[in-house]
Design a protein around this ligand. Structure first.
Ligand SMILES: [Zn+2]
Length: 801
């Protein structure tokens, strides 16, 4: 075969042999690596991705030491050689994990030096036994070590070593993991976070094993797997971040167990959580802290920590399995959910990003979302303490995974973005590929090859799941290939300096219907999902001029349902691509490079609820007598306010009326705007009377006044006792147990005191039970007299038969 001829194959998976000794791949007996990470620094991101990274460097992540108390060198136990200091938990390593990589991928010397200061201090802090860092963590869990923050710091050191080859890192990690390996079994299963996230250390142990070949690291790996939470048995925790990083653990363990059931378990975990809670677009799931049964509407959110951990998991799984589906999943959440988690200038972020999210105010949304307090408005501060630090690794890690080495000593374009990669291929020749594209905002990816000599190697191009008609040309000549979605096109040829490869991935409008969310629909165009474009008014709500906090309010209507063509719904949309060059940051309403125009009708009954959350979807198709309008959709990642799961307007008789939502069965004489009446009956058990971890009801800011709360029953009910758990924030605020209280029941139109009531007590940290002569009634009312100058509240109110 002449060298100029092209061999173009399409394969489902890249090969795992003969093995690529040019890079650090899995060492036996680990499963052979189909795709191998290139050393950090091999890939230079360009285009919009570089802009996002630069915004990150100029914004929060690059300057977090100015904002976060946990990143102050003098206060941190991570910075001290003796591990002493005020702060020693996850925050600093969370930030440093992305901060260092941000410096490496941008080759930004200020950031590289800034990270180095912390890394040097960490490397200097190792004890004789191998332990390092904050000494308080060594006995942080009832005398046992809290291993979680160290898991993150190991990732920091891995990246540092990949970028610098610093000779201290491998012996340091080896010594620490030896210390870990010598711990008694009970250490390995201890603590909520460590137990669920220990797969991270398994990955670090494999990383080190591939570099040192120390066999005991695999014993440690088995010990970790055996003692940690068993993700191989299913989704065994409801916390969104735990799921986003924990679900992958079986696949990591698969590499040493060499049993495919573990690889399949990660896929099953993903399917299981997405099947229950990911029934909407954007690539994430409803985990606005924990996944909660009954809270799967697209108005639920996904924590920013969850978004970046999901991305990281998908990147790992793409390499472990070679399955291109994981790269697709990574792109989906990276393009559609991640950008809108941040202010366009990367100077603030929010906790929760939701497919349907039309107002980002700072007010409490609990119990509509799980956590009380501010969750939606943008802030660079500790109100979002974990995400504030952990968001750092999202784009840097992504940039490191654009290109991967293959087991047959080639290269794979795994995630498409403008970039340049320099890597060793074939017999070790160094080649450079420049990738020029506006992807995902265009359908064409151009590659230009350069090298000192012609060199033969296979180039793998991922064919995404949404594209059945990929086309490839080399130096203007079409390459014959039989493309199919979810595969790789392999171009195995001798490449010459100046060779140009053109990949075309034609996009089409397609719709997804979400049967479990009232048959709402979402609209995709290639890897991008589209949202209703809503006018955005940004309003400063706090912070400093340099680091403001911001609320975003809608200035245009959002309560639209789509009017779709019956026969071919995808034909309902007109695609308008903005001419000219891509904006540096395409993820804003003004700069969005693509718009879809569609027909829609307003649904007048669809409104914000009293928490400021978009009303829940109702069964579709939906009836609307409003006129048809043309609306504009923009990429979801560019829409900080958005409707993405749309009701469908029904034309036929069977279209559903949109009904006003039901009022809660509890009400009050007054409720603080940051609290809710529903909190009294949300079933969340208080830990004590000053429990701030669960939603509460308070009469704040009424003080010293007579007040009431009321419980209405749908039909008459026999009741004989109530239990009240009073809220009292002595030491923090001005709520106290009431001076006195009593219970009334509804008799006809009147309220009558219950008879033979036992004591109306106001004990702290427990339920106060009152028994009374049973009554048949439709409502109970609890009347209180607040203490002079104090307000009051209720954490939980139970009514007994
Ligand atoms: Zn977080």
């Amino acid at each position: 075969m002449a060298d100029s001829e092209v061999t173009a194959r399409v394969v489902a998976l890249p090969p795992t042999s003969p093995g690529n000794a040019l890079y650090t791949a899995n060492r036996e007996p680990l499963t052979p690596s189909p795709l191998i990470k290139l050393p950090i620094g091999s890939i230079t991101p360009k285009g919009w991705l570089r802009c996002q990274l630069q915004l990150e460097a100029d914004g929060m992540t690059g300057h977090l030491e100015e904002i976060s108390p946990w990143c102050k060198f003098n206060d941190s136990a991570w910075a001290s050689p003796t591990g002493q200091g005020k702060f020693g938990w996850e925050e600093l390593p969370y930030w440093l994990k992305g901060y260092g990589d941000l410096g490496y991928v941008l080759n930004d010397q200020r950031i590289i030096n800034g990270a180095r200061k912390w890394i040097d201090a960490t490397l200097a802090s190792q004890e004789v036994d191998g332990y390092f860092g904050p000494r308080a963590n060594k006995t942080g869990l009832e005398g046992y070590p809290d291993l979680w923050p160290h898991m993150v710091m190991l990732n920091v050191l891995q990246s540092f070593h990949e970028f610098t080859g610093d000779a201290r890192v491998l012996p340091f990690m080896s010594k620490y993991l030896k210390w870990l390996n010598a711990q008694p079994p009970e250490t390995f299963g201890r603590g909520y976070w460590p137990k669920l996230r220990f797969g991270d250390t398994l990955e670090s142990a494999h990383w080190l094993y591939n570099r040192t070949g120390e066999a005991w690291l695999l014993d440690l790996g088995k010990k970790i797997h055996d003692h940690m939470a068993r993700w191989d048995t299913g989704v065994i925790n409801e916390h969104n971040v735990n799921i986003a990083q924990g679900f992958r653990e079986p696949a990591v363990y698969y590499q040493q167990a060499r049993d495919e059931k573990f690889l399949r378990a990660a896929e099953r975990n993903y399917q299981s959580v997405m099947g229950l809670y990911g029934q909407f677009p954007g690539g994430g799931f409803a985990g606005d802290e924990n996944c909660r049964p009954g809270y799967g509407d697209p108005r639920q959110g996904f924590e920013t920590c969850g978004i970046v951990e999901f991305m990281h998991s998908f990147e790992m799984l793409a390499k472990i399995s070679g399955n291109p589906l994981w790269a697709d999943r990574c792109e989906e959440i990276a393009f559609n959910s991640f950008p809108a988690a941040l202010m366009p200038d990367w100077k603030a972020l929010h906790y929760l990003t939701c497919p349907n999210q039309v107002q980002l105010d700072k007010n409490n949304k609990s119990p509509g979302v799980q956590n009380g307090g501010t969750m939606f408005s943008y802030s660079p501060y500790e109100v979002y303490r974990c995400c504030q630090h952990n968001v750092s690794h999202g784009w840097p890690y992504y940039a490191e995974e654009l290109w991967l080495a293959t087991a047959d000593r080639g290269l794979c374009a795994s995630l498409y973005a403008a970039s340049e990669v320099t890597a060793k291929v074939g017999d070790g020749a160094r080649v450079t590929l420049a990738e020029d594209t506006a992807y995902p905002f265009s359908d064409t990816v151009e590659f230009k090859f350069s090298a000192a000599q012609p060199v033969r190697f296979p180039l793998y191009l991922r064919l995404p799941r949404w594209c059945a008609a990929a086309a490839v040309a080399i130096n203007g000549q079409a390459v014959s290939l039989d493309p199919r979605p979810l595969a790789y096109a392999v171009l195995d040829r001798t490449w010459q300096a100046g060779d140009r490869l053109s990949l075309r991935l034609p996009r089409q409008v397609s719709l997804r219907q979400w049967a479990k969310n009232n048959h709402s629909v979402s609209v995709d165009y290639g890897p991008l999902t589209f949202s209703l474009k809503i006018g955005e008014r940004y309003s400063r709500s706090g912070g400093t001029p340099a680091w403001p906090e911001t609320e975003v309010f809608p200035t245009t209507p959002w309560n639209y349902g789509l009017v779709l063509e019956d026969k071919d719904p995808a034909k309902s949309f007109e695609v308008v691509q903005r001419p000219g060059a891509l904006a540096p940051n395409p993820f804003t309403t003004e700069s969005a490079p693509i718009e879809l125009h569609a027909r829609a009708k307003k649904i007048p009954g669809w409104q914000l609820d009293r928490l400021g959350l978009v009303g829940k979807l109702q069964p579709g198709p939906v009836k609307s007598d409003e006129p048809v309008e043309t609306v504009t959709l923009i990429p979801m990642g560019a829409a900080r306010l958005r409707i993405t799961a749309f009701p469908v307007i029904g034309q036929a008789e069977d279209a559903h009326e949109w009904t006003a939502p039901k009022a809660p069965p509890v009400s009050a004489s007054h409720c603080s705007e940051n609290d809710t009446v529903e909190a009294m009956i949300d079933g969340l058990e208080p830990k004590n009377s000053n429990d701030h971890s669960i939603p509460r009801f308070t009469w704040w800011d009424h003080r010293g006044s007579p007040e009431w709360v009321q419980y209405d029953f749908a039909k008459p009910r026999r009741v004989s006792a109530v239990e009240v758990y009073w809220f009292d924030d002595t030491g923090d605020g001005s709520c106290r147990v009431p001076a006195s209280w009593k219970l009334l029941y509804k008799a006809g139109q009147d309220w009558k005191p219950v008879e033979d009531a036992s004591q109306y007590s106001t004990r702290l940290d427990t339920y106060n039970r009152v028994n009374f002569k049973p009554v048949q009634t439709t409502a109970l009312r609890l009347e209180v007299q607040l203490q002079p100058d104090f307000s009051g509240g209720i954490l939980e109110w139970k009514v007994k038969e």
